[in-house]
Design a protein around this ligand. Structure first.
Ligand SMILES: CC[C@@H](C(=O)O)C(=O)SCCNC(=O)CCNC(=O)[C@H](O)C(C)(C)COP(=O)(O)OP(=O)(O)OC[C@H]1O[C@@H](n2cnc3c(N)ncnc32)[C@H](O)[C@@H]1OP(=O)(O)O
Ligand code: CO
Length: 134
């Protein structure tokens, strides 16, 4: 694990939250991207050498819609940057963590992503991210 790549924050209204985070961070988001496989519309803010990812649900069965129904807006996941996602999945599996998708899937911002079940990580949803072209 090289660094925290981003913190994912579930929001109800991306447009309103973009404005709120612009005021908070003093700089606007640098991109918006829809990831249809996850049922989310995202926006990204750079904070030093890490990022904040805001996530709005685009359909009822999106993990973000379910999360907002059960809990509320707030930190949804922590994402770590990894050099070799396959090696990291194998290592974490050996350590007994529950991997939600062993085959990396396409995430936002040019990343391959894998999730670990929060029940195996003290209640925190963990995402592993590897840059697609390295
Ligand atoms: C934009 C792409 C990508 C990126 O590039 O950055 C993303 O970030 S996509 C983000 C959205 N996608 C995901 O979250 C995918 C991984 N998540 C899942 O597969 C599911 O959400 C889940 C974690 C397996 C939970 O799904 P499910 O079991 O259907 O949900 P329940 O609502 O029934 O909850 C079961 C249990 O888990 C707790 N939970 C759910 N989400 C979280 C969370 N984000 N953090 C902590 N805990 C979570 C939930 O509270 C339930 O607990 P109990 O009440 O104790 O049973
Ligand atoms: Co994420």
């Amino acid at each position: 694990m090289r660094k925290i790549e981003h913190l994912g924050i579930a929001v109800k209204d991306l447009k309103k939250s973009n404005e709120l985070f612009r005021k908070l961070l003093g700089e606007a988001h640098y991109k918006e991207e829809e990831v249809s496989g996850e049922g989310v519309l995202t926006s990204f803010f750079q904070v030093g050498d890490t990022k904040i990812e805001l996530l709005e649900a685009t359909r009822e069965d999106s993990p973000i819609a379910k999360y907002l129904e059960r809990k509320s807006e707030g930190i949804h996941h922590i994402a770590f940057d990894v050099e070799d996602i396959h090696a990291e999945v194998a290592r974490l599996k050996d350590e007994g963590f529950e991997i939600l998708n062993e085959i990396p899937k396409s995430g936002a911002d040019n990343k391959l992503v894998v999730f670990l079940h929060p029940k195996s990580t003290n209640g925190v949803l963990v995402e592993l991210c590897q840059e697609k072209n390295n």
